[in-house]
Ligand binder design. Structure first.
Ligand SMILES: Cc1ncc(C[n+]2csc(CCOP(=O)(O)OP(=O)(O)O)c2C)c(N)n1
Length: 318
């Protein structure tokens, strides 16, 4: 593995820790009914968004899914405005109209997340088509779960991106389950990379959720895309620790073995990357993250609900 400068390692740890702590706080407040939308937590999956975004340039564009808190924050989205959005408040990143599943922050090229499985692929490919036509330098990064690879639109998108050599990095977050269905019950060979290679798109699979390996693979793929080689595909093995939706643990549903979950919890990337830092640096970052999280929730509490006059504003109408 390449040598990692201390500064970038501490930034990576901070990003992992921010996502973990803000979601733990969401779990804490959820029963109060302050959060006005469903939440799909990324706890356990933080390393994918953080590793990929560590390899991007600020001008690069990101599209993601309803499990989008990690991507929104890793891409540089404002934490205060994310919590205000979950609270349905006017200072939310979508003025409180969209909730957890539709996070957006155009100021950092976080183009949006969607509740419809696989929609990030055609949106990202369309954006990349426009970038290429305008000869712009940015690349588009497209996050989706392995369940999205069961949707027809994923194939149309991969095919078109490959045909036109579009500047897209496809990032498949393989947590092995689409709600409660294991990938082996949905894909005959269980291999999303094989499906992408059938369109002549180069692929790389990163095991174990290793943040730095994800960062390195993303940097290599992004360099190939910037060199005009067309789309690239990475598959990041990961695991969701909580239920598909909502704040709870889900061992009671028995759709996955406890030992499988326990092994991934022991493999915690937040702790593993944190242990690479010296104690003083880690403790300083932890304290700063606590302060930021407390501030974000206080900001959302203090923000107002949108007035009734906003009901038909900032929405499309025919
Ligand atoms: C087009 C469409 N079909 C079905 C659903 C219902 N649904 C929501 S999440 C989900 C599972 C998706 O799994 P995956 O893509 O692996 O992402 P994960 O939730 O594991 O992050 C399904 C089937 C939906 N939202 N959209």
């Amino acid at each position: 593995m390449m040598a990692i400068p201390e500064r970038s390692l501490s930034t990576i740890y901070r990003d992992l820790r921010r996502i973990r702590r803000v979601e733990e706080k969401i779990i804490e407040v959820y029963s109060s009914d302050k959060v006005k939308s469903p939440v799909h937590l990324s706890i356990g999956q933080e390393s994918v968004a953080v590793g990929v975004c560590a390899a991007l340039e600020p001008q690069d564009i990101a599209f993601g899914t309803y499990r989008g808190h990690a991507l929104y924050l890793a891409k540089g989205g404002d934490m205060r405005r994310m919590i205000a959005e979950l609270y349905g408040k006017v200072d939310g990143c979508a003025r409180g109209k969209a909730g957890s599943m539709h996070l957006v922050d155009m100021s950092v090229n976080m183009m949006g997340t969607s509740a419809i499985v696989a929609t990030s692929l055609p949106l990202a490919v369309g954006y990349a088509f426009a970038l290429k036509a305008r000869k712009e330098k940015a690349i588009v990064v497209c996050f989706f779960g392995e369940g999205a690879m069961d949707e027809g639109v994923a194939y149309e998108s991969l095919n078109f991106a490959a045909l036109r050599k579009l500047p897209v990095l496809f990032v498949c977050e393989n947590n092995q389950y689409a709600i409660y269905s294991h990938v082996r019950d949905r894909m005959p060979h269980g291999d999303p990379c094989a499906r992408a290679r059938s369109f002549n798109i180069p692929t790389e699979r990163i095991e174990r959720g290793d943040t730095l390996a994800i960062r390195d693979a993303s940097a290599k793929a992004a360099a190939a895309i910037r060199a005009g080689e067309g789309p690239q595909f990475i598959e990041c093995m990961t695991y969701r620790w909580r239920d598909h939706v909502g704040p709870d643990e889900d061992r009671k549903w028995k759709y996955r073995p406890d030992e499988e979950l326990d092994a991934w919890i022991r493999n915690d990337e937040v702790a593993r990357v944190g242990a690479m830092l010296d104690d003083a640096t880690r403790q300083r970052i932890d304290a700063e993250v606590e302060a930021e999280v407390t501030d974000a929730f206080a900001f959302a509490d203090a923000s107002a609900f949108p007035g009734g006059e906003e009901l038909d504003q900032y929405v499309f109408s025919a």
